[in-house]
Write a protein that binds this ligand. Structure first.
Ligand code: C2E
Ligand code: MG
Ligand code: MG
Length: 596
């Protein structure tokens, strides 16, 4: 007689869904399956028949005949061995025995809410004599079972997942992310039309959230960002937190003709950016969340996954330098040998194709924010590598010996664009100056003065409003050679400004030995001014030196109001940085800044 005490379904062996994603630690509830349940008073023949009906059942649950709430276990394999042996007489020997006499009453019995890690640890730390093939799960509505292989494979998934998951956000961690990018790059190398894309994210000003609102709020924000990115990603994309406030997404792209135009990774990155920007910050700050993103996509061939991630990181960083809060890229990453921007072109060809662009960044008077000057900064819209900032192509251009040509183009073009802008804006714009960067190569190559004079003449500008920025490193490496060309420029009426002072190891003696009109304090010192006593001391020293030497002093890389206040208090006159404006086409500057 079979008494179905628990109302256990007859179909048996129903594997409950929700066995869990890797990395989650599901409970036994999600793994348990039903098994025949028989009273202890039933016989082995009863169980034999029950197993006959329940073909997939690996065990049976036996209810203790005398003690309420106690259940035991009969493993099917052992039961069948007993019933068929010895010498085929098992059934007649054991058929009438009570199940209570053969059940294992020491079976591990756990509540359904026990998690997989805890349950496995209970199961595998038992005395070897008491290890069974099933764990019993006893809940309010009956008893189910979990086979050990099912439990252990869930354990493996949970542990593997924990090793690959960021505990704060539940996203994939750095290790998992690089694994996935590697796998995807391998596919790109072997599968026509497949591309790997990486979008790298970094929150703007996250340190401030932590510092002013506390780490709990910081953690909560990271979780919200994780959720927003996941929501905006496609189900097949892997969203990861790489550490701190850095996130990254790996996307598999299909660019084969079959897939049509393919997926627009910039659109996806833009969607993710917008999702983060839409997070409402209920923290009284009333600012939307700002995040910078960089996109890199693999080209044909074998791409180093590390390089792809670095390229996305660099693109992100470039965007951050230009003010942040936007998506930069996509940068196309080719095999290492192809990464050289000068590999298949020359500066002259790129100029002819119109690939160089100029952005201009305001230099303002600290006291009243009036526009003192604009600095021309070059960019390259590279046909193969995407939109490049100077860090990405100036070294290669210098190695190719073509920096002079590029600088000459910048001198001519910036003078022209600047003159056009002045004409359109009119009035006080007459008093705004133009800063141009000139490389050491250009300065030491004969002919600079002629080029500059031709540039200002063609644009109809006076030399006195053009300030030539020369790298500070020039003074250290080439002091003697530079003195002549610099003096020539000044004699012709141009102004000379030392750029990035402090970054290249100049001493005050170098600055004293060369006549100039201005100096720009490197942003590494400016950015340390509010937190680091030594940075503050260097800035003060340079401001005082410039003051006594009659040099106009500009602080570079001013990003915060505190930095502006500190510089003002030290007597610094001019500043440049994101706090005022990021580099942009001159036409977009409009009349946002009143001229002096
Ligand atoms: P630089 O002359 O010191 O230009 C200032 C750099 O600081 C620019 O980088 C600008 O985007 C960045 N910047 C401005 N404000 C901030 C800020 O608040 N925070 C931060 N973190 N960064 C800020 P960019 O445009 O990438 O230029 C890098 C360097 O490349 C320039 O440094 C300059 O040395 C060189 N360069 C740029 N254009 C030319 C050019 O036409 N010819 C030559 N020879 N060199 C150039
Ligand atoms: Mg400069
Ligand atoms: Mg500079």
């Amino acid at each position: 007689m079979i008494t179905d005490l628990t109302g256990v379904r007859d179909g048996l062996d129903v594997l409950h869904p929700a066995a869990g994603e890797p990395g989650e630690n599901p409970t036994l509830d999600g793994l348990a399956r039903s098994a025949p349940v028989l009273p202890g008073a039933a016989s082995c023949e009863d169980l034999d028949r029950a197993f006959g009906k329940a073909r997939d059942a690996g065990c049976a649950v036996i209810v203790h005949p005398d003690v309420d709430g106690i259940v035991g276990l009969v493993e099917r394999s052992r039961f069948e061995a007993m019933m068929s042996g010895p010498y085929g007489y098992g059934r007649s020997l054991y058929g009438r025995r009570r199940l209570a006499d053969i059940a294992q009453w020491d079976a591990l019995t756990l509540p359904p809410s026990t998690d997989v890690v805890a349950a496995s640890s209970r199961a595998i730390t038992r005395d070897p004599h008491h290890v069974q093939d099933h764990v019993l799960v006893q809940g309010a509505d009956g008893v189910c079972v979990v086979p050990m292989p099912v439990l252990l494979s869930a354990l493996a998934r949970a542990l593997a997942g924990q090793a690959l998951r960021d505990p704060l956000t539940g996203l994939a961690n750095r290790h998992a992310f690089f694994g996935r990018v590697g796998e995807s790059c391998r596919r790109s190398a072997t599968q026509p039309g497949h591309r790997t894309a990486v979008v790298y994210f970094d929150l703007d000003g996250f340190k401030q959230v932590n510092d002013t609102l506390g780490h709990d709020r910081g953690d909560a924000l990271l979780q919200e960002v994780a959720a927003a990115l996941t929501e905006a990603a496609r189900p097949s994309d892997l969203v990861a937190r790489l550490g701190g406030d850095e996130f990254a997404v790996c996307l598999d792209l299909d660019t084969s003709p079959v897939a049509g135009r393919g997926v627009d990774v910039t659109a996806i990155a833009g969607r993710m950016h917008a999702a983060v920007a839409a997070i409402s910050r209920a923290d009284g700050v009333h600012q939307r969340v700002r995040i910078s993103a960089g996109v890199a996509v693999s080209a044909d061939g074998c791409i180093d996954p590390g390089e792809l991630v670095r390229a996305a990181d660099l693109a992100m960083y470039t965007g951050k330098r230009d003010g942040g809060d936007h998506v930069t890229g996509p940068v196309v990453v080719t095999t290492s040998a192809d990464a050289d921007p000068m590999m298949d072109t020359t500066v002259a060809d790129a100029i002819a194709r119109g690939e160089f662009r100029l952005l201009f960044q305001p230099i303002v008077q600290l006291a009243d924010g009036r526009l003192g000057s604009v600095e021309a900064l070059v960019r390259w819209q590279h046909p193969r590598l995407g939109f490049l900032t100077p860090d990405a192509f100036l070294p290669a251009t210098a190695r190719a010996g073509q920096l002079t040509e590029l600088d000459d183009w910048v001198l001519h073009t910036s003078a022209q664009q600047f003159a056009d802008w002045r004409r359109v804006v009119g009035g006080d714009a007459e008093r705004v100056a133009l800063n141009v960067n000139v490389s050491t190569d250009r300065l030491l190559t004969p002919g600079l003065l002629g080029v500059m004079e031709a540039a200002v003449a063609a644009a109809g500008l006076e030399p006195a409003i053009v300030r030539v920025e020369v790298p500070e490193s020039l003074l250290v490496d080439q002091l003697a050679a530079a003195v002549g060309p610099l003096a020539e420029l000044r004699a012709a009426g141009f102004k000379v400004t030392f750029d990035d002072v402090g970054a290249g190891g100049t001493s005050l003696r170098h600055l004293r030995d060369v006549r100039a009109d201005g100096l720009k304090i490197d942003r590494s010192y400016v950015q340390g001014i509010t937190g680091d006593d030594r940075d503050r001391a260097v800035v003060r020293l340079l401001v005082d030196f410039a003051d006594s030497a009659g040099l106009a002093v500009t602080a570079e890389g001013v990003e915060t109001e505190e930095q502006r206040q500190a510089l003002l208090a030290m007597g610094c006159r001019y500043a440049q940085g994101w706090l005022f404006a990021r580099p942009a086409p001159l036409t977009s500057l409009g009349t946002r800044f009143p001229a002096p």
